[in-house]
Design a protein around this ligand. Structure first.
Ligand code: F0G
Length: 467
């Protein structure tokens, strides 16, 4: 990728710094550990080099110039420019050698209007930024290109993660592209086949541990201390830098006029932290003049952040034993909770939780707009409906949902939904039968005759809910 090297060598390196979010100690760049060596808390990337010693904005960071440059890059065939992450490289940590970048041309994901979901929620201007349209089908790719590139630059042979499925799929792909080995720790029986098969296809060493996601994280931390593996979970600060670009792209798509609300699903809370960080940095750089409110929605059965905010005002983490069919966010002890609390508070957002039935209905509603997503992503629409009822989101405000994963990641959920057995034998069975039935479209088994098919068509036309 020599063309990349030429182009990117014009950029300054050494502008950014790793700093502990708790004690402020400056971390060593390229270190094996992704945690603070002094206190063990999380690190974040800060950019002291954005300001000159006189406090002015550093050269090359003029807002109008950056906006023009980033847009121009969409017409370039240079690998760094084709990536919806690296085309924003002026405000990302710089690699010493840009040849280390591993890209699958992630990012540049679409923003769709959701008219019927908007009607269901009572919102006139509702949009979705679909991060499930990334190369491995989830938002993780935007973070993984950054963190995996730093892993390669650091000379690591092994990268590792604990995962509810999407991180492992993404990590395995980027590691394979970089010629690195990857180790995946997943909770046995709790991730979807779609995600598991991706990790296998990309050659990861895959261990299904007899525990939940939080247990996998604990084991991973210990493995990380004993073996020379580099962690690519969202505790890795470079992951969050890459994930910032979803928000930058979104604002670019809105011609830098911020929507009123951005709504994100919350699991380990890396993504909400990253999107919030991007909003604050864009404001600092004068790319936007107003902050959208960033709100985070969790599943009721995996609501550690909701409880943390409500019961301790965001001061102490309340861990929970996680239970939800949205396996992607089945997390009881979110690692990035402090970072998430900070950005929710700074942007004026809120946290909310939704039930399993509310989530399933919202997923079908998104599907009916011709988009589709995985269950964890659908908590955003279910949460929005609640926020509208509470008056926090107003009818005439512009709202963007961040859809985090592709529909095809979890086809089992969708099939069970339409066959009507998603909630069979659970405490929600009765409620589900009533609320979800109008949305269910079970596949039909028929004789191989045109007559049979025509009858079905006629019936569907007579009972069309859109009439
Ligand atoms: N949506 C999807 C589809 C996810 O896969 C995840 C997290 C989230 C939302 C929550 O994002 O953790 O940044 O708050 N999946 C992780 C994984 C944990 O291992 O794939 P978060």
């Amino acid at each position: 990728m020599t063309d990349q090297a030429v182009l990117a060598s014009k950029l300054e390196t050494g502008v950014s710094q790793l700093r502990c979010i708790a004690c402020g100690a400056v971390g060593e760049e390229g270190a094996k550990s992704v945690r603070c060596a002094q206190c063990g808390d999380l690190l974040e990337v800060l950019y002291p080099g954005w300001k000159t010693s006189a406090g002015a904005r550093a050269a090359g960071l003029d807002a109008a110039g950056l906006k023009k440059l980033w847009l121009q890059r969409r017409t370039s065939w240079n690998a760094l420019d084709e990536s919806g992450v690296w085309r924003f490289r002026e405000i990302l940590p710089a690699l010493h050698d840009w040849n280390h970048v591993i890209t699958l041309r992630e990012g540049n994901t679409p923003v769709y209007q959701l008219p019927s979901c908007g009607r269901a929620a009572g919102i006139e201007q509702l949009f979705a930024k679909h991060q499930g349209m990334n190369p491995t089908g989830s938002f993780k790719d935007t973070g993984m290109t950054a963190a995996a590139s730093f892993a390669r630059q650091g000379g690591f042979r092994w990268v590792a993660c604990a995962s509810t499925g999407n991180t492992s799929a993404s990590m395995a792909a980027y590691a394979a592209r970089a010629g690195m080995r990857s180790l995946v720790l997943i909770p046995q029986g709790q991730i979807t086949w779609g995600k598991l098969s991706q990790a296998l296809d990309y050659g990861a060493v895959t261990c299904q541990l007899k525990t939940d996601f939080d247990g996998c994280m604990r084991v991973l931390d210990e493995v990380g201390q004993r073996m020379p593996v580099y962690l690519l979970n969202s505790v890795n600060p470079y992951r969050l830098e890459g994930q910032k670009t979803a928000a930058i792209e979104l604002l670019e798509r809105f011609d830098w006029q911020p929507p009123d609300h951005i709504i994100v699903p919350g699991g380990n809370l890396g993504n909400s932290s990253a999107i919030g960080k991007a909003l604050l940095e864009m404001k600092e750089l004068g790319l936007i003049t107003r902050l959208p409110k960033l709100s985070v929605i969790q599943a009721e059965g995996a609501n550690a952040l909701v409880r943390t905010m409500r019961e301790t005002g965001g001061k102490e983490l309340i861990s929970v034993h996680a239970e939800t069919m949205a396996t992607a966010i089945k997390i009881g002890s979110p690692a990035s909770w402090k970072k998430a609390v900070r950005v929710i508070e700074t942007t004026g957002g809120v946290v909310e939780q939704v039930s399993e039935v509310e989530m399933a209905l919202a997923k079908a509603e998104i599907g009916a707009d011709g988009i589709g997503c995985e269950p964890a992503s659908a908590v955003t629409l279910a949460g929005l409906k609640k926020l509208v009822k509470q008056g926090f989101v107003r009818k005439n405000e512009t709202v963007v949902l961040i859809l985090t994963g592709n529909l095809l990641k979890d086809p089992d959920f969708t099939l069970k939904f339409h066959r009507g057995d998603l909630f069979a034998g659970t405490e929600h069975e009765e409620e589900a039968a009533e609320v979800l039935a109008p949305r269910q479209r079970a596949p039909m088994v028929l004789d191989a005759s045109a007559n049979a098919v025509v009858k079905v068509l006629e019936y569907a036309e007579q009972t069309d809910p859109r009439k």
